[in-house]
Design a protein around this ligand. Structure first.
Ligand code: UD1
Length: 369
């Protein structure tokens, strides 16, 4: 049995760190990197730190508009899939890399497996939502992190192809969280003491590509830093470019309550999150990682795919409203002194093992003569 897995972005590398080793116990895996993320801090460092097998092929797609990025990945992947002749193709999450690989497999046609299926924000203006919906509808096996994801698929008539396996990012968090705390020197490097700072990230198109939203977001961070700082702002390359264009970087860097850091590797970033009082983010994965680390979060968006973090009360959706962010952070930090979140809602740390087993038993049936 031979599976071709396509990754390309930072969050997919984290997921592959859990799933690839489990797949390789049961079958042969060909790993393809689309090259959507190419900077060392968004790609190479994850292979090194998380022990992900090196990719067999790199499509070197690079940056560009959504259409160009997706089209380039499709046109470079198709001949490779023809040459490799896998029994199935596996994709993760909701990025342009995921969409491109899904379309190639669906049109070949080859059986397609989607890990982290069924996530929905119900905001069709998000490029990731378009990707998720399209990929789920052309997939043959839908592996879900949560009951909510399965319910979303049921509502779209896709439940018969879906199974709940748990969350594979939670597997990685459980395994590498303690390693990160032991190995990382990030607190010394940034001059921080555990439990005394906040962490912020921003990279969504809706937050950073629109000038007024980006300005509001930086004002929100400054207001929070003033009241509850110090605040470490970990800046994605896309955000760095937008902040430079909008001439907002000098003000941020001059703020004595804000520490601006470039993107970090998995271990440093995980250690930073685990030692923080709270997190502010527009990232999907980080809402969940904060929850799993027992750290409260305010999400700088008006919806989330990771509903359980909100219904359990450890994540609040505040958009770009600085007053709401300050109020909710204060409440969450106070609550954390009394209790902590239950990580079990994202599985038992064995989701990747279940993904591999589900895949084998499904493929045996699907490809039986
Ligand atoms: C992508 C995903 C997003 C995911 C995120 C994780 C899509 C539509 N979006 O967003 O869902 O949460 O990855 O980080 O696929 N850039 C660099 N170096 C790199 C990669 C990107 O500088 O290695 C810059 C470029 O200016 C590029 C911009 O970031 O134009 C956007 O990169 P892209 O990969 O298209 O989207 P992300 O914002 O990273």
């Amino acid at each position: 049995m031979r599976i071709l897995t396509v990754v390309g972005n930072r969050p997919q590398l984290v997921k592959a760190a859990a799933v690839s080793p489990q797949l390789r116990k049961l079958m042969e895996e060909v790993l393809v990197h689309s090259g959507q993320h190419y900077d060392r801090e968004l790609s190479a460092v994850f292979f090194e730190e998380l022990g992900i097998p090196l990719p067999d092929h790199d499509l070197a797609v690079g940056s560009g508009s959504h259409a160009r990025q997706t089209a380039t990945a499709i046109s470079r992947l198709e001949p490779l899939v023809e040459q490799e002749r896998p029994d199935a193709v596996l994709v993760y999450g909701d990025t342009n890399t995921t969409l491109a690989a899904a379309l190639v497999a669906a049109k070949m046609p080859l059986p397609l497996v989607h890990v982290e299926a069924g996530m929905r924000s119900f905001d069709a203006s998000m490029p990731e939502e378009v990707n998720r919906v399209a990929v789920d509808h052309v997939s043959d096996l839908l592996l879900c992190s949560t009951e909510t994801a399965l319910e979303n698929l049921r509502a779209e008539g896709l439940a018969d192809r879906a199974r709940i396996v748990g969350d594979v990012m939670a597997d990685v968090a459980r395994r590498f969280g303690p390693i990160a705390e032991e190995r990382s020197r990030i607190h010394d490097q940034l001059g921080l003491r555990r439990g005394e700072y906040l962490v912020a990230t921003l990279h969504r198109a809706a937050s950073v590509d629109d000038g007024p939203s980006l300005r509001r977001a930086t004002q929100l961070l400054a207001a929070v830093a003033e009241e509850l700082g110090p605040l470490v702002f970990v800046v994605h390359p896309r955000t760095e470019a937008r902040l430079a264009e909008a001439e907002l970087m000098p003000t941020l860097e001059a703020n004595p309550r804000i520490i601006v850091s470039r993107s970090l590797g998995y271990l440093d970033f995980t250690a930073l999150i685990r030692g923080s009082r709270a997190v502010l983010t527009d990232s999907g994965g980080l809402q969940k990682e904060a929850y799993l680390a027992g750290v409260p979060c305010v999400t700088l968006r008006s919806q989330t795919e990771w509903l359980e973090t909100v219904t359990s009360g450890w994540n609040r959706l505040v958009g770009l409203d600085a007053e709401a962010a300050l109020r909710d952070l204060g409440q969450l930090i106070a609550r954390r002194r009394e209790e902590s979140p239950d990580p079990a809602i994202y599985g038992d740390g064995r989701a990747a093992e279940r993904c591999a087993r589900e895949l084998v038993s499904w493929l045996e049936v699907a490809t039986a003569p």
